[in-house]
Design a protein around this ligand. Structure first.
Ligand SMILES: Cc1cc2nc3c(=O)[nH]c(=O)nc-3n(C[C@H](O)[C@H](O)[C@H](O)COP(=O)(O)OP(=O)(O)OC[C@H]3O[C@@H](n4cnc5c(N)ncnc54)[C@H](O)[C@@H]3O)c2cc1C
Length: 486
């Protein structure tokens, strides 16, 4: 039987709309595409009821990647403010590492309105207020989606050749996937950051560019302020800020024990705001383009992407594939890259009349080549940094990062710390020697992992062996990294 659509994009958030546009672009609008989202039409792509909770920062490079390929420009008002990069400060604030280069602060409430209008113009159909609960199968193939139409309270079913899952980190479609042993369904809690942020106007306090800089997104690494994560102060204007933090829950518990406190994300955010001497009398933005989005908490993954991104008739993209970068949780960049790439892979598969796992496999390879090759190494790096004390992070950032390492970090890659251990290098203190050993260890493992991802199997038949070797190395590394903890 002829399916209702060629492609269903489940989840009409940031990634879903990019994917839908890319499919439309690469197929010259020849494919019938349906975007399905649980939000009402006037609040498109909202993550949850508090809004589009995000730091709102993304690199120009990633936007250019999309624009050059699928000819979608992002301009104002979806871009709210230009920045020259991200600056990560050590806990003692004596060292700052710049990364990501020129970038944008987005308005996440405005962006999906504009994206949806564009996507519609590109011939994509929309169904709103549909709560998807699962997939439909025919043997080993996914052939559609099902759920509840919240407008009518009636069961909802739509069929398609391919279902693209862009329903975000909690994806119910992935959680219950039945046609793959390769795609991981569940995420380890330690790979999730609990985060919160406000969008605020403020009066200038003391001028302190380590606390607010209209030209740079500031990241504060500090295991007391944001245990296992970081705090951020991202400028949206001279007097407007996206301020928030992320923590790893078990590391927060350890920190609370250590300090005799009972903080949670909300109380940490309050403290983080109050301690900022550059920001005074901050108030939540009441602008119409922030009003549904000025404060919220949500979660974000910080691991490598799912080991496999496809099964028969099914593809994962964006947060549902755990694509945010493991060291900074930046998910917009990889979403732009993956969404764009996926459009080409979907079009080729459907035009070739084969939507099997084998036929969709090329998407794994293309994403890894462009971005995914580096994420497993960064996951280990993140795990190591999470084990360190503030003193160790400050010392390491000051003494162990050579120019090449900073360059690697600024490109989003794992530094190789080639200067570490060189003759003449004196490392003070046993705790700092441990940091040095840890960094040497993760950079060695990173080299192996990058090589391993470069050898990702060319078709599904080689996956099990490849994946076994990956997990053996990761499992050993997790144990070793834990041994560097204090
Ligand atoms: C606090 C915080 C700060 C962040 N800061 C940054 C940052 O500064 N820079 C950056 O690059 N990234 C950042 N990220 C990550 C970034 O926000 C995400 O990577 C990005 O929004 C992912 O988009 P997505 O479309 O994949 O998922 P989502 O944005 O989660 O969209 C999923 C969509 O699917 C819909 N949906 C979900 N389930 C169903 C269902 N069952 N049925 C129907 N529809 C459904 C949702 O309503 C939503 O519209 C941050 C994340 C958080 C939480």
């Amino acid at each position: 039987m002829e399916p209702d659509f060629d492609v269903i994009v489940a989840g009409g958030g940031l990634t879903g709309t990019i994917a839908a546009q890319a499919i439309s672009h690469y197929s010259n609008q020849n494919l019938r595409v349906l975007s399905i989202d649980r939000n009402p039409e006037h609040l498109p792509g909202r993550k949850s009821s508090p809004g589009w909770t995000c730091g709102d920062a993304c690199s120009k490079e990633a936007v250019d990647f999309m624009t050059e390929r699928i000819k979608i420009p992002w301009t104002r008002p979806e871009i709210e403010h230009d920045v020259k990069g991200v600056m990560a400060f050590s806990p003692d604030k004596e060292t700052a590492i710049p990364f990501d280069g020129d970038g944008y602060m987005l308005n996440r409430q405005k962006l999906p309105e504009i994206q949806n209008a564009r996507t519609k113009k590109m011939g994509v159909n929309f169904d709103f207020e549909i709560n998807l609960t699962g997939l439909i199968y025919d043997g080993t193939q996914v052939t559609g989606v099902q759920g509840i139409d919240n407008k009518t309270k009636q069961p909802y079913k739509k069929t398609a050749r391919i279902v693209v899952d862009a329903t975000g980190i909690t994806s119910m479609l992935r959680n219950q996937l039945e046609n793959s042993t390769k795609i991981e369904r569940k995420i380890d809690r330690r790979d999730v950051e609990s985060t919160g942020r406000h969008i605020m106007y403020f009066e200038p306090g003391e001028k302190d560019l380590t606390e607010f800089d209209p030209d740079y997104c500031i990241i504060h690494l500090d295991q007391d302020i944001a245990p296992g994560g970081y705090g951020w102060v991202f400028p949206k204007a001279e007097n407007k800020v996206n301020i928030g933090l992320g923590v790893e829950k078990s590391i927060l518990e350890q920190r609370n024990k250590r300090l005799g406190k009972q903080d949670n994300v909300a109380s940490l955010m309050e403290e983080y705001l109050q301690r900022n001497i550059a920001i005074k009398n901050a108030k939540l933005s009441q602008d119409s383009e922030d009003i549904n989005n000025n404060t919220g908490v949500f979660q974000v993954s910080v691991r490598r992407q799912n080991d496999c991104l496809v099964s028969g008739g099914y593809m994962l993209v964006g947060d549902s594939a755990w694509m945010p970068k493991p060291i900074d949780a930046g998910g917009i960049g990889p979403a732009l890259i993956a969404g764009t790439i996926l459009g080409n892979n979907v079009t080729q598969a459907i035009e070739g009349n084969d939507v099997s796992e084998s036929s969709l496999w090329q998407y794994n390879l293309d994403f890894i080549e462009e971005y995914g090759y580096k994420t497993a190494g960064l996951e280990l790096f993140r795990r190591l940094v999470q084990t360190l004390t503030n003193e160790q992070i400050s010392y390491g950032m000051k003494h162990f990062l050579g120019n090449l390492d900073v360059e690697a970090i600024s490109k989003g890659e794992h530094p190789d710390f080639s200067g570490l251990g060189k003759i003449g290098m004196i490392i003070r203190g046993a705790m700092n020697k441990t940091v040095a050993s840890g960094l040497k260890y993760t950079s060695g493992k990173n080299q192996w992992l990058v090589e391993h991802y470069n050898n990702y199997p060319k078709d599904p038949s080689g996956f099990d062996e490849w994946n076994k070797a990956l997990h053996k190395t990761l499992d050993e590394s997790y144990v070793k990294i834990a041994s560097f903890a204090n």
